[in-house]
Every structure is written in C-alpha cells, then in structure tokens.
Design a protein around this ligand. Sequence first.
Ligand SMILES: [Zn+2]
Ligand SMILES: [Zn+2]
Length: 349
Amino acid sequence: MTTVIPAIVAPSATEPLFLGTIERRDVGAKDVRIDIRWAGICHSDIHTVQGDWGTQQYPLTVGHEIVGTVAEVGSEVTKFAVGDRVGVGCLVNSCGECENCASGNEQHCLNGAIGTYAATDVDGTITQGGYSTGVVVTEDFVLRVPEAIPYEKAAPLLCAGITTYSPLRHWNAGPGKRVAVVGLGGLGHMAVKIAHAMGADVTVLSRSLSKKDDALALGADHYFATEDRETFRSLRSSFDLIINSVSAAIDINSHLNLLAMNGTLVNVGAPAEPMAVNAGTLIGGRRSFAGSNIGGIAETQEMLDFCAEHGIAPDIEITSADQVNEAWARVLSSDVRYRFVIDIETLKG
Ligand SMILES: [Zn+2]
Ligand SMILES: [Zn+2]
C-alpha cells in the first residue's frame, strides 16, 4: 500500500516544475512518517533535475533539506515519538555494515548510500525528495532538530550546514587557524558562520567586493576580491584551510598558492570539468588538495546541536510552492541571500 500526497514535480529535465502528487510507502516497523513543514532549495536539486549529473527517471520530486514533525512511528521505533521536531538531509539509507558505515560515514557507504531523491531505494522504487507534504524514512536517518533553531531556518542546515561543518571539523578549524572561504553563496555563507563560531580567523574570497558588508556581518574577519590579482600576491601562503564552495571552475593553482605550509584546500562544490592541478604547487609547502561530501548521520546531529548552542542559522528567503520555478531561476543567477526555503503549508491547499 502507498499514500498519494501533494508534491512539486519535475516532469522532465527541461520543463517547469508543476504542483502534482507522489506516492509514499506505508510506515514499516522501523520507519518514521514526517509531516514536512519546510524544505530548502539546494543547487543540487536543479543539477539533478536538469540531468547535469546523469539521466534521471521522471516525474521526479527533489529536495534534501527537510524539516517537519513526526506524524507516525513504526512498532520498533525507539528514538522518536509523534510530535518531535525532526529533519532529513541528503541520505535516507545505507548498508549499515561496511567499514565506512561502521565508522559513522554513511555518506561514503561502500555499497552505495541511498540519496533522499533520484536514488534507487531498497524496494526498487526511485526515492522522492522533500518538495512534498510528507516523507517516510527509517529512524536511523532521521535527525533531531533542536527547538533553539528557528523552525523555518533549520532546513538548509541539513545540506548546506553539514557540507561545510564536516570539513571544518575534520581539518580542525578553531582558534589560531586561518580559514578562507571561497564563494559566498548558500554553502559559503554557512562556512563563514560555522568557522567563526569554531573560533577560527575567517577570510572570505569572493569575485568582487559586492558582498563585503554581508560577509563581515556573517562573521568574516577579512574580505578580498579575487578579480583583483593583488589579492593572490598579498595573501600568498597565508591560510591553514581553504573551503572552496564554488561549483564552477576557478583558477585552482592560484588558490592553492594561498595555502600556508601543510595547508589544505577542500572542494565542497563539484565543477563539471576536471581541474588541472600543478603538482609543484602541492609539493612546495607540502600542501593538500582535498574533497568532502556532506557528513555522516551522527556528525549531522552534532552539527545541528552545535548550531543550536551557538545560535547559528542560515539567512533565508521564504518562497511558496507556486513560486519554486522563479526561485530556481534566481538560484541559477546567484540572486538569493542565501538560501530559499519552501513553505510547505502552501502545498497543502
Ligand atoms: Zn544539497
Ligand atoms: Zn555501508
């Protein structure tokens, strides 16, 4: 049995989204059914629908920044009760047995973690995301959303928050560490807030000076424009960690040269084209070029608790179900400060 519920649906890679329906499975013994209240819009949603990362099965509903309340629990659920405020991020399942799952890194499951949308679920159906009024998820992939985080602002933490928190933690951002954030969009603005809260000295590197006031208000200590070549001369060898949130190609060698000895540049954006890294740039100064992909479930909970404790939430703009096509167009032109969140009440009709 399944339940048919309202959803925002992509009919193909090229046509506009429309207000339609999707099916959700019945609640199994270990499942939690969530009434979705807010759903963030991530650039990945658009890449996926447009087929940038491979062909998809349509119709498709995306969205992996999901917040709502528990509406029903299965007979063997122990962690959640009806009425709890919860979230779901980019993953809804993994094998639970491989070495990466065993170490709490379900996002790197060797047997393939199951994404919240556009992935093949254990029952063979294609997972459907959070631009909908409800979702059914096994309890191990459900996060607890602290009351201290404003309800409407919590959703983007489930992707943009953990994507930046995880590398900042892994590479020990904190007091005495010089962290640069490249790009000030949905990911970048969260990186600034989190790195600042961790106690690091934070620099924003953005193309122009247009976002300088914003960056300083978000918690950055310094700001430089990368269109000014002097930036690359004056900041040479001066960062312990650089988080590159830009998903378009950048001059990667110029940015690697900004790393101090033993520094690491971590890509969290995923440009479509390969990058030509000059080995000499890495050899000089024993620098590292790395990548990072969201975070595991336990670390995602740690991030939510950290944000609650430090009063951190994304800057958002609320949109309605019938305005999502316009919101997507604005995401594509980088015209949002800094994340859209869909008010799912407007989908309930
Ligand atoms: Zn995302
Ligand atoms: Zn696994």
